[in-house]
Ligand binder design. Structure first.
Ligand SMILES: C[S@@+](CC[C@H](N)C(=O)[O-])C[C@H]1O[C@@H](n2cnc3c(N)ncnc32)[C@H](O)[C@@H]1O
Length: 231
């Protein structure tokens, strides 16, 4: 039961659609938080997964609750991780880009590490219509970032109309942008259900809302590849 939470299961499912089904591949999930999405990726037998996060406590939870033989966890600031030149076929930045210090620099370094078929998956909040983001902002008016995070004045909350120009200016090709997670995780009915059923309820509701496009997506999945160098 502990291994199924909403919306992480939906984050992972939206990315897994684009991963190789049979050939071996390496994936880095950074920051991985409590490891849940890394775990879903590592359930693919052909995957070798590295989950990295700066926060020791989150990594402790990850190792306790979300461990698999083909999944390793490391304490790493994203800036030192990209400077170490890791090799990967897929790199996932899930619901975290907004808090990176030196965001453009991290993305540029990542771009330089990508081989021509490597994919970068970025999941960002829908800051214009997403109920999740609206509630987060309302309940954290004075969110004070920690030393490894960007100051609040520099949080990278990108609007949908800016996705292409922002990533293209950093040398990426935007393969596609997919609206995901139509059901927000603060749904009023979910709170009244027992917590173990709540995630199933939200996931089922999400399938329904997504197929009928009811409401607004709470996140976008942006799929990127490295742009070919100019000749
Ligand atoms: C909102 S959580 C998302 C975690 C995970 N991707 C998920 O979707 O469950 C953001 C994470 O970013 C991590 N983080 C913030 N700044 C970081 C940095 N400079 N380097 C690495 N991790 C960082 C935090 O510790 C936190 O676990």
């Amino acid at each position: 039961m502990a291994k199924f939470f909403y919306p992480q299961i939906t984050f992972a499912a939206s990315i897994k659609r684009h991963l190789p089904k049979e050939s071996a591949f390496t994936l880095i999930d950074a920051p991985c938080g409590n490891g849940e999405t890394s775990y879903h990726f590592a359930r693919m037998a052909n995957a070798t997964v590295r989950g990295c996060d700066v926060d020791d406590k989150s990594l402790g939870n990850a190792r306790r609750h979300f461990s698999l033989p083909n999944l390793t966890y490391e304490q790493q600031d994203i800036r030192s991780l990209v400077a170490e030149s890791p090799r990967f076929d897929a790199f996932c930045i899930i619901n975290s880009l907004y808090c990176f210090p030196d965001c453009e620099r991290v993305l540029s370094q990542l771009r330089d590490l990508m081989h021509s078929d490597a994919q970068l998956f970025i999941i960002v909040d829908n800051i214009e219509g997403g109920e999740n983001f609206r509630r987060f902002a309302a309940s954290n008016p004075a969110a004070s970032p920690k030393s490894h995070q960007a100051p609040s004045s520099q949080l990278h909350a990108i609007k949908k109309a800016e996705f292409h120009s922002f990533f293209e200016s950093l040398g990426f090709v935007v393969k596609d942008v997919t609206p995901i997670v139509y059901t927000h995780s603060h749904h009023p009915l979910a709170g009244r259900l027992l917590s173990i059923f709540c995630h199933f309820y939200l996931a089922a509701l999400n399938v329904f809302q997504t197929s009928l496009r009811i409401g607004q997506p709470n996140y976008y999945l942006i799929r990127l590849q490295r742009a070919a160098p100019a000749s």
